[in-house]
Structure formats: C-alpha cells, structure tokens
Write a protein that binds this ligand. Structure first.
Ligand SMILES: NC(=O)c1ccc[n+]([C@@H]2O[C@H](COP(=O)([O-])OP(=O)(O)OC[C@H]3O[C@@H](n4cnc5c(N)ncnc54)[C@H](O)[C@@H]3O)[C@@H](O)[C@H]2O)c1
Length: 495
C-alpha cells in the first residue's frame, strides 16, 4: 500500500534543497514541507526577505507558501521525526585530503545525515538521496541504517537525483525534462517508488517520470553531467583550432548543431565551464572508473577536465601575450565573476582561475560583477591564492569596482569572463577614451560579436574565443608555455 504523505523534510537548504522543496510546497498545498540545515544563518535568510540564493521566480514561490505549508528550520530532529519522506540534499564536494583527494566525492555530509536519521527517526520513512553521489553510495547509507536499526524504525531508500540548472531552477523544477527515481526491485522498493512518484505526478506527466534500479539512477546523474561537460570541452577544443585556421567557432557550432543527431544545445565556446557540479561530478566519475579498474574509461573522462583547464590557461596566456608578454603592474578590468550570468554563484567560476593566472604575473585586477559581493570575490581569490609571495601580496593586487566604467578607467585591457547582458550595452566609446592605448578587449564569452566592427573602429584591439579578429600585434607570441601547463593555479595553493 502506498504511504499517505502528509509531511516532507529536506535536509540541506542550498541551491537544490531550497528551490526543490519550495516548488513541491507550491504544487502540493496539502503537504507540509520543512527544509532544515545546520547552517542557522542560511535558515534565517530563507525566513527573511533576502533569500540566501538568487534564482529567478524563487522569491515569489517562497513568499506564496512560506508559513502556510513551507517552513525553514534548524530543528533537524523534529522535522526528521515528523516526516514521511526525507530528502537528503546536502553538498557532496570533491575531497580535499586523504584517499581520492582532488577527485572522489566527500560523502561525510551525507553520512552525517544518515546517522542522524537513524538516531532520531521512528516508524516508516522513505529516505531520498537527492544529492549527487557516486554509484552505490546508497548501499553505504543503507549499511549505516542497517547497523543502527531500532525495532521501531523501518525505511526504504530511493535515489532521486536533481537535474535542475541554476538560474533556470524554478522553470526546470516546474517543467522537468524528466524526473528520475531509482529504488529496490522488491515489492517494498516499488511501493516507495510509487509513493514518491505520486508527489511528482501532481504536476509532471507520468511519461516523464523514469523509474530504474538504484544504481542506474545514481550513475545517470553523473553521466548526464559528464556528457554536458564533454560537449563544452569538445567545442572549446575546436575553438583552439579555429583561432589558428581562420574558422569561426560560432559558425562551426551552428553548422554541426543543425545535425539532429548532434543537436544545438551546449555548443557555446567560452573561457571554460564553471559551476559547482560539472568538474566535481566528472572527477567523481573518473575516480569511480579508476577504483573499478577501468583506466581507459577514466582517462577518457579525465580529458574533459584537462581541456577545460587548457582553455582557461590558453585564454590567460593570450592576454599576457597580447599585452607584450607582460602584465606586471598593468591594470586589467575583469568584467564578470559569477560562473554564468544571472547568478551570484561563483563556485568553480573560470573568473577565479583567470584572475589567479593574471595575479601570478603581477597584474593589477579591477573586478566588477553585477551580482557578486566584494567579500565573496576576496574569499574566492584568497582561498585559491597562488601568488608566490603569499596571500597578502596576492590580494593587494585586487580591487573591486562598483561599476564597469570605474573598472575600465585607465586600464590596459578589459577581460570579459561572464556573459552578463549589461556588458553588451556599455558605452564603449567612453570606455575607450578612458583607457590606456593600445586598448584591448578579450571577450571570453563571445558576447560582443555584433560589436566587433564598431569596437575596432573605435580603436580597440579585439580578441575573442574561437575566432581571429584583430591583426596580431608584432613581436607578440602565442606562447602558452609561459604559464605552467601542468598545474592549474588552484592546485598549487600557497596558503
Ligand atoms: N547546485 C546545483 O546546480 C545542483 C544541481 C543538481 C544537483 N546538485 C547536487 O545537489 C547537492 C546539493 O547541492 P547544493 O548546490 O544545493 O549545495 P549547497 O552547498 O548550496 O547546500 C547544501 C546545504 O547542506 C547543508 N548541510 C550539509 N551537511 C548537513 C547536515 N549534516 N545536516 C543539515 N544540513 C547540512 C549545508 O549547510 C548547505 O546549506 C550536491 O550533491 C550537488 O552536487 C546541485
């Protein structure tokens, strides 16, 4: 018999837990949904007008349901005890030390949740793994439950990975391409799947709800992110070829994307992918393959990461090369710090890596981003400081500008790292007049394509990804070897 779901609890009030549960609360007004977190500050923010994350449409959903059937709380035990279904949506970052360091997923937060549920819950619970995990993570969690079984607790464990993308989270959740639910192939497992499926069926057509065994579900999430990242690395590898042959990567992407077998999504060349998931999930897949003695498969996926690192280094090397092989003490305006437009999220943003390469060469960075706060930028750069003389000197090279014109004033070059629309509408004539000459623009996102002629008429030297535009300035080289090719900056931390 299916469980009559009255209460849902979600552990983890982040980019996944918050939006997902807000949408469930909106679609199921008779179900009480409580989102809990160990981070009390985050919970306070969810209960205020300043939500801890920015997502278009999120504020409206939260305001419509908060206090009615949507609650944010730090009382984890109470919410767990009362819930029929418990989602685990905590972070699963890459391990930074120990076995699998730099590649394996750190499951300590998931494990802490499993132990807490086993300790405080009673009755029958459906526990849903929403975080992205390595295949067979559910098995480890089940072992924790089994080892801590109490006579008054029984549970079913499901995998229900989340496929939302930041910035479009609310529309993705309301109209998903698919919902994936994996569970045990036993009658009890199937009943738990049906129960969770009945929640989604209130707004998702049944044909889009895919049910599988637990391991297929876990692996599908890793594989989906690996395929998406691989497409970006594939087109970025072609962009390098375009820059030396005279082909234009945008034209190539369009030409290959019209082939229905290939499709046109995710073929935008850029300075490299960022975000909290792609790198972590591909590395996780690589580690899994290595651990399962599949070295060829591991190497294949590792290459996706390597091309991404290469693309960032290549772009930084081009900036240095164009600026007469030295950026030491030169003012560079870096426009955009978020990993993509319309978000304040900077996790694994390519801007961090480009900043670090330029700081290592002694450039003076003036950074502007419409959404990212100064403290966040400083924290990201401090955490990844590589400047040989240490963090203090490194950060003394960074200033945060309050508008793009201030960032560009007296600068030698503008480097666009995030595709914010506002950067297409700047008064480039005013900017050009205020810059040192020759004035350079490095467009790492291909957002100024329609302005290239005008920018060149104004006098700018324009450099972009995957297309040769300006004549090379004499005496410059494309010498990428100037940067340490083997070591991405974040891996040689000095602090
Ligand atoms: N961000 C995305 O776009 C996205 C998309 C799909 C899937 N995912 C996956 O979803 C998971 C969560 O990602 P996120 O971006 O929401 O992470 P996040 O860091 O924004 O949020 C995770 C939250 O979990 C809380 N937490 C950690 N341990 C806890 C514990 N023991 N008890 C209570 N709270 C705890 C943290 O305080 C944090 O607020 C990850 O596995 C991620 O890979 C993320």
């Amino acid at each position: 018999m299916m469980v009559q779901v009255k209460r849902i609890c979600c552990i983890g009030a982040g980019y996944v837990g918050g939006p997902t549960c807000s949408v469930i609360a909106q679609m199921c007004p008779e179900i009480a949904v409580t989102v809990v977190d160990v981070n009390e500050e985050r919970i306070r923010a969810w209960n205020s007008d300043q939500l801890p994350i920015f997502e278009p449409g999120l504020q409206e959903v939260v305001e419509a349901r908060r206090g009615f059937n949507l609650f944010f709380s730090s009382n984890i035990d109470e919410a767990v005890r009362e819930a029929d279904i418990i989602f685990i949506s905590v972070n699963t970052p890459t391990k930074t030390f120990g076995l699998g360091k730099g590649r394996a997923a750190d499951l300590k937060y998931i494990e802490a949740c499993a132990r807490r549920i086993a300790e405080v819950a009673t009755g029958y619970k459906i526990v849903v793994e929403k975080s992205t995990v390595p295949v067979r993570a559910a098995e480890s969690i089940q072992r924790i439950f089994n080892a801590n079984t109490k006579s008054d607790l029984s549970f079913q464990f499901l995998s229900n990975p989340e496929f939302l993308a930041e910035v479009t989270a609310i529309t993705d959740l309301k109209n998903p391409d698919r919902v994936l639910i994996g569970g045990e192939e036993t009658p009890d497992g199937q009943r738990a799947i049906e129960t969770l499926s009945s929640i989604y069926e209130r707004w998702v057509p049944k044909s889009r709800i895919i049910t599988t065994n637990t391991w297929s579900s876990e692996l599908s999430k890793l594989a989906a992110n690996a395929f998406l990242a691989q497409r970006i690395s594939s087109i970025n590898s072609i962009s390098a070829l375009c820059e030396v042959t005279g082909a234009d990567v945008e034209e190539v992407a369009h030409a290959i994307g019209t082939d229905q077998r290939i499709g046109n999504g995710f073929l935008k060349a850029s300075v490299g992918f960022g975000g909290s998931c792609f790198q972590k999930d591909v590395l996780n897949l690589v580690y899994l393959c290595e651990a399962l003695n599949l070295p060829e498969v591991a190497r294949y996926w590792q290459q996706v990461i390597e091309i991404n690192e290469y693309q960032r280094r290549r772009f930084a090397a081009r900036i240095i090369s164009c600026l007469f092989n030295t950026v030491t003490d030169k003012k560079i305006a870096l426009l955009g710090f978020a990993f993509k437009k319309d978000t304040g999220d900077t996790r694994e943003s390519s801007s961090i890596y480009i900043s670090k390469y330029l700081m290592d060469e002694g450039a003076q960075l003036y950074i502007y981003d419409p959404k990212v706060k100064k403290e966040q930028i400083m924290q990201d750069l401090a955490q990844s400081s590589t400047v040989t003389d240490g963090m203090e000197r490194g950060l003394s090279l960074v200033s945060i500008a309050s508008d793009p014109y201030e960032a560009c004033d007296n600068a030698h070059a503008i480097v666009i790292c995030t595709e914010w629309d506002v950067f297409k509408e700047l008064d480039y004539e005013k900017i050009y007049k205020a810059m040192l000459k020759p004035a350079f623009i490095f467009d790492g996102r291909r957002i100024l394509d329609s302005l290239h002629d005008r920018l060149q008429q104004l006098g700018f030297q324009v450099e972009t990804i995957g297309k040769k535009i300006s004549q090379r300035i004499p005496f410059t080289t494309n010498d990428i070897s100037k940067l340490d090719l083997q070591t991405p900056p974040l891996k040689k931390m000095k602090i």
